[in-house]
Design a protein around this ligand. Sequence first.
Ligand code: XMP
Length: 516
Amino acid sequence: PVLVIDFGAQYAQLIARRVREADVYSEIVPSTITADEVRAKDPAAIVLSGGPSSVYEPGAPRLDEGILDLGIPTLGICYGFQVMASHFGGTVARTGRREYGSTAMSVDASGALLEGQPGAQTVWMSHGDSVSEAPEGFTVLATTADTPVAAFEDRERRMAGVQWHPEVKHSEHGQKVLESFLHGIAGLPGDWDSGNIIEEQVARIRETVGSDKVLCALSGGVDSAVAAALVHEAVGDQLVCVFVDHGLLRQDERRQVEEDYVASTGVRLVTVDARERFMQALAGVTDPEQKRKIIGREFIRVFEQAERDLAAEAASEGEPIRWLVQGTLYPDVVESGGGTGTANIKSHHNVGGLPDDLQFQLIEPLRALFKDEVRAIGRELGLPEAIVGRQPFPGPGLGIRIIGEVTEERLDTLRRADAIARAELTAAGLDDEIWQCPVVLLADVRSVGVQGDGRTYGHPIVLRPVSSEDAMTADWTRLPYDVLARISNRITNEVAEVNRVVLDVTSKPPGTIEWE
Ligand code: XMP
């Protein structure tokens, strides 16, 4: 693999993704990794990520610099660039000046790292101190007004570095920098693609599972759908999928799973219709945490019952169920962070998840993958676009998008408004710009309106379109006014209970993505 050494900034995951977009497999490791551990992993190349703004900063993470003497091709980015510079005898000047944001840069395109790139470009900087003198043997490739050495390389040592962040979209030609390093300087072929991943996983699953039976809970989301499809590809009808309809799904979701997904994969599916049970349990409840608890609890009960039924059936055939498929992704498992080695696990929500005391061994075929890769695999496996392209949707579903008590009637209202918003966003080609767009019903709020000749007293609907890389932070998406107008017109015309549509223009933080 290519090892991305993480100095604790938020950029390591982004770098690892961009490396994979160059069709090279990458893994993230914490900066506490030792030279011996690196050698044991035998990486084809190393990328040192960004981190604190200066190597002189108190408490700045230290690298076991023996890593830079292993003869492994290495790219230093930002803080990693400064670490590399000082290791090989260059000078890092304590300027105390910060260069932050979009920065004009001039480029010498004759080297390997920035080969063929325009002489003037704009890149994204975020650093304090600067490299003032490149180490001996290194050629300077770029400069800015404040930074005399913004990039360098030593082709003999196969070392290179850049002061800016090529992994962020604000840096022009950033992906090209990574590709020139990986394919040019490090000489790596680009052979990591979805076809390969599928073959590898299918073989591994077959070997792990043997002839045992396997269970999977489908949520309707991308991750469990792709995980189950992979396992089905490997072991066919040894896999049984359970889909719980808790009544908090969006329009058409159940049909998509029961018909489209099943038709395209051939998986054996058992749907449990638990709508009534959830509605009863949620009656009179308005507190968000309370809702989450109830939905989570009921989900587990329903799933356990289904599991017992299936297990009994399987056991009577002499084939107990031994394995449970989970759609865990790489960002959920990566151990990362600035030298502390603390696990960067999204503690957030497991609501709608499974109990942890089930008597199964886990198969997690997506553990090494990022979301975009999971989608690519899903497409390769022929899953319906409506499922593969789906934006994140919370386990408690529409239950936490009705502010107030959840009732059948309110669910129906929200479902229709949500379907209109989604259809218009898709029709406008905006799905890729939006991370997700919760549509929220303010069920306990009424606002006055006028329709035809009459006064109305209806409910507001909130549109919450956000852009994000990982849901930890987010910004509200600047949607075109005409698209917003179409959504608003259609919802207020077609959904009688709604007479007002409002737009949420709050970033996260301080607002969360969901309203509850
Ligand atoms: P917030 O609202 O915390 O959401 O900014 C961050 C991401 O998590 C999703 N989310 C949930 N997912 N169960 C889930 O499975 C939940 O209870 C839950 N609450 C929020 C949210 O949709 C967003 O993607």
